[in-house]
Write a protein that binds this ligand. Sequence first.
Ligand SMILES: NC(=O)c1ccc[n+]([C@@H]2O[C@H](COP(=O)([O-])OP(=O)(O)OC[C@H]3O[C@@H](n4cnc5c(N)ncnc54)[C@H](OP(=O)(O)O)[C@@H]3O)[C@@H](O)[C@H]2O)c1
Length: 279
Amino acid sequence: MDGKALAERIRGEIAEEVSGLGEVGLATVLVGDDPASDIYIRLKHKAAGEVGINAKDIRLASQTSEEELLEQVAQLNADDSIDGLLVQLPLPDHIDEARVIRAIDPAKDVDGLHPLNFGQLVLGRPAHVGATPVGVMRLLEEYDVPVEGARAVVVGRSDIVGKPAALLLLHANATVTVCHSRTKDLGAVTREADVLVVAVGQANVIGPDDVKEGAAVIDVGMNRGEDGVVGDVDPAAAERAGLITPVPAGVGPMTIAMLLASAVKAAKYRRGRVAFPGA
Ligand SMILES: NC(=O)c1ccc[n+]([C@@H]2O[C@H](COP(=O)([O-])OP(=O)(O)OC[C@H]3O[C@@H](n4cnc5c(N)ncnc54)[C@H](OP(=O)(O)O)[C@@H]3O)[C@@H](O)[C@H]2O)c1
C-alpha cells in the first residue's frame, strides 16, 4: 500500500480546499528539544506550507512550567487566526499531559486527544480523530480492503494510535481484537487477522509466521536503527500478506496528510460550514 502516493494526492485536494477557504491557521507547540519531536514538527510545517496553511511553530524551553504552557494554550485557543492546535507529545515529565490536553479548545484539537473528541469517537459521532488512525482507515479504503465483518487485530493500545484505530475499525463493522504487552501468544491472535494494524514501536515484533495468508497489514511502527527507519513488522511478512504498508512511505506520509485534513475540518467548523469539527 503506497502511503506516499496517496498522501500526495490527498495533499493536492487539501491545497484546493485551503484556497477555497481563504486562510487556514495551524499552530504547533513543542516543549523541549527532543530530536524525534523536532523532526515531526518540521515535517508537519513543511507539508502545511505546501498546501497553503499558515503554520505557527511555537517552541518553548524544556524548563517551561505547566502554568506557562497552559497560558500559551489559552492564547492560541483565543487567537482567531488559529483553526487547529496541537501540543507535540511527549511533554517533559514535570508537566501533566492530561491537564494540558484538557485545556485545548476541542474544536481546535486536531490530534483528537481532548476527552470530548475521544468521547465522541467512542460514541461513533463526528469528532477530531488522530491523524494516524484516520490515515490507517484511509489506506484500507483506498485499497478496497473489506473491513465490514473482517477479523481486525490491532497490536498496541496507545491513545494516539491503537485505541482510536480499534474504535474506527469497530465503527466500520470489523470484529476487533486489541493486543498489548500482556497479550499471551500474540502470534496466535495476529494469525487470525484479515486486517492487522501494528503500532508497538519494536522492530520485527511481527514476523512472517504471525501473519495470515492474504491479510492486509498496516505497519505503523517507526523505529530508528542503524539501517535508518524500520517498522514493527518484518518486511519478509510481505510474502504472506496480501497487502502491506512499507516503512518508510506507508503510514508516515498519511499521518501528515490527515493532520492537514484535520486542520481544514477545524477551519470549516469555525466558519460555520459543518455542525461539528470532525464532520
Ligand atoms: N507512522 C506514524 O505516523 C506514526 C504515528 C504515531 C506513532 N508511530 C509509531 O508507532 C509505534 C507505536 O507508537 P505509540 O505512540 O502507539 O506507542 P506507545 O504509546 O509506546 O504504545 C505501544 C503499545 O504497544 C504495546 N506493546 C509493547 N510491546 C509489545 C509487545 N511485545 N507485544 C504486543 N504489544 C506490545 C504496548 O502495550 P502496553 O499498553 O501494555 O504497554 C502499548 O500499548 C512507534 O514506533 C511510533 O514511533 C508512527
